[in-house]
Design a protein. Sequence first.
Length: 327
Amino acid sequence: MHALRVTYRTPLDGELRAWMTQQLIKYLLFMRGQIPCLYDEFHEFVEKAKQHQQEEAPRRRKLSMNGGMKRAVKCVEGVQSLFGGQLDAIFTLGVQRVALVFGSSMMTPREVVIVDFDIEKEISRPPAAAVESPQTEEEDMSIEDSQTLSPPSPPMAREKLMRLCSQKLIRALFAHTMEQFSSALPATQLHIAVLAERQATTIRGFIPKQQFKLRLPKEKRGGTLRFSKQLQERDEFIRAAKSGGKEHRERMQQVIKDEFTKPLPVTAQFYQELTAQQRENELKTQAAAERHMKQLQTIQTKLDAREVQMTRRKEFERKKKELFADA
């Protein structure tokens, strides 16, 4: 996966970064096949199951859960502990980079997603390999209005800003990773590494290390997200789409068409359609594999028939020689 740059008009403070990281974790847990449904639905299901179990046996010994339910409860408890205050605390330290590592350990990663937050003082042009994220008019107007307000933004405006920022991130990531996320990962663990300034006190759940080198998967299956508050105009994105090979141009032009003609809300229907599309692609791949297998079986049958025919011919010639030799 190549680098993906997502640009914003508004500066991303610690609260916004923590919120967007939460939404990114929820999105990746579902898209990489670690949970069977959207995280909010998954959380609600687990809470209802726990409540039902407590109501069924309030005075008796607690009923034992099956293995799948235990893993689901453990997953939700870990994620809620992370969202409950650990991320907010860590993002008060001026976080520059976040690494989301799927794998049994940090030393044996299966897939890595790296999030880089651009420093406000740093002014640099995006790399040529980066893909610029388009910005809709609704986001431009909403975020621009939030900047021009001199008094503090009301709670609803702040919530709307957080929602728009996370929606733009998910849309850009979805358009950029359709091919890479076509198949799910096996069930594994999610580790989070954060590059931030030093602090005297430690944050629960995070182990501070002065020197740490992140290992990438052997197959280089990872990606980088870059967040910047620099203003990127639509014509710059279109010019970037015109560069590169034919396949790249066609894909980017399709992204422009989808992003600028109609909004792509992050809803349950959106994920359902995405799941249906992935299922359709899997069925097509399975059908192609079955066709190839049938072709191989047909070829093998013909080869076997030919071998039988050659064996019979050799046997006929051998008996013919023996008959004439006796004569």
